[in-house]
Ligand binder design. Structure first.
Ligand SMILES: *Cc1c(COP(=O)(O)O)cnc(C)c1O
Length: 408
């Protein structure tokens, strides 16, 4: 191996980072910390230093690190049964799907693993619904998406991204998508045609920098979709399951979409679990053999996801996110800083946008890390604060005093 420094000169952190960078593809640019343990909102690095996790694995850890109820379920299930494939039934899937469908006030669920797979599933469902139910001519279906969307990293999904870096070098892309400005109802109205089968929307654009659409946008989209017989597909992979202060962010506008896409916190931070949740009219388009996944709906995933959902409901994590989020945001707004342009968000999905002249957000995140607060910049200028929903008021105070020092 070339360029390998002698191991004795490296501390444990550097040793781990060196191995990751030598043998791992460089598709991420992580902060230089190596985590070895986590509990609730706290993590510990390999040097024993403690940090508060204000990213929650992009909202996959709403229940907090290593929730004891999930640890117990994982241990029980791992000793009993982990995988059957969908060639056979398993005893954990049915009741999980029932609970998820009922929480979503929907009829059916199609379980997958990663978020991107669930988005792909929703695209396939919408297209097939368009051809078989709406009468769209073969291979003409169109789905409307929004500028600055983030729906995952498959080739189809990055093909309808407006972010040059997500696309560059990965074409050719799947046709059938139209991109319109986020929050612009008239642009959607203009883009809708006889071949439109769906509108795919994030109720808040998380990766774009916690962008909240104008009030009434989702409700107006719902009305437009209903009038035009177009499916409203809500990607609540990041905003759902309590994060924004409601179980689903769509609830703020009393909107029931035609399809929910969920993931991230559905696996409780233990395991990738995602799903599309919709009516029988839509998910009923899939016939045996049309679509599938070796690990989708496996008993280990279902046992964990069922418990992950129960924790969100029983520990009232949506209500907590609303209360703690309002407190966190008001404390952030009190900070007097020459760098802050705007503080925005809902519940515990909060973005602090820095002024252009303050430079990129990354150095601020590095300083926060040195003070024991783990945050990640999104889109250069925004620091996202999204701690586990189990965070306590005193812990927010602890975070705020660090943020104050760094932003002052
Ligand atoms: C994270 C995310 C995805 C993709 O999920 P993966 O599990 O990373 O594939 C899709 N949509 C939104 C809104 C997300 O935040």
């Amino acid at each position: 191996m070339k360029n390998q420094p002698p191991a004795t000169l490296l501390n444990r952190t550097q040793e781990h980072i060196h191995l990751a960078e030598t043998f791992g593809a460089h598709n991420y640019h992580p902060l230089p910390i190596v985590i070895e343990r986590g509990q609730r909102v706290w993590v510990w690095d390999v040097e024993g230093k403690k940090y508060m996790d204000c990213l929650s694995a992009y909202s996959a850890l709403n229940q907090g690190h290593c929730h004891p109820r999930l640890v117990a379920v994982a241990k029980q299930q791992v000793e009993k049964l982990t995988l059957t494939s969908r060639a056979f039934h398993n005893d954990r899937m049915g009741s999980f799907l029932q609970e998820l469908a009922q929480l979503c006030r929907m009829e059916m669920v199609l379980p997958m693993n990663s978020g991107a797979e669930a988005v792909e599933t929703a695209i396939k469902a919408a297209r097939k619904w368009g051809y078989t139910k709406k009468g769209v001519e073969a291979d003409k279906a169109e789905i409307i998406v929004f500028e600055n969307n983030f729906h995952g990293r498959t080739t189809t999904i990055v093909g309808f991204s407006s972010e040059p870096q997500y696309r560059a070098g990965f074409g050719p892309f799947t046709p059938g998508f139209r991109i319109v400005p986020y929050g612009d109802l008239e642009a959607v109205r203009t883009a809708v045609g006889p071949n439109t089968v769906g509108v795919l929307v994030e109720p808040i654009q998380g990766e774009a920098g916690v962008v909240v659409p104008p009030e009434g946008f989702l409700r107006a989209l719902r009305e437009l979709c209903t009038a035009e017989r177009v499916l409203l597909i809500a990607d609540e992979i990041q905003t759902g399951l309590g994060r924004t202060g409601r179980l689903f962010c769509c609830e703020y506008e009393d909107v029931q979409p035609d399809m929910y896409i969920v993931g991230k916190a559905l696996g409780g931070g233990f395991y990738p679990v995602s799903a599309v949740v919709a009516g029988q009219e839509i998910l009923g388009v899939f016939q045996p053999g049309d679509h599938g996944s070796t690990f989708g709906g496996n008993p280990f995933a279902c046992a964990l996801a069922q418990e992950a959902l129960r924790i969100i409901v029983e520990e009232k994590l949506s209500e907590r996110a609303q209360e703690m989020g309002a407190y966190f945001m008001s404390r952030l707004r009190e900070i007097s800083s020459p760098h802050v342009r705007e503080v925005r968000g809902k519940g515990l999905l909060i973005g602090v946008e820095l002024k252009a002249e303050s430079g990129p957000a990354r150095p601020f995140c590095e300083k926060l890390m040195e003070k024991g607060l783990l945050c990640k910049e999104t889109h250069q200028q925004v620091i996202r604060f999204a701690p586990p929903l189990v965070i306590e008021r005193e812990e927010i105070d602890w975070a705020i005093s660090r943020v104050q020092e760094v932003l002052a």
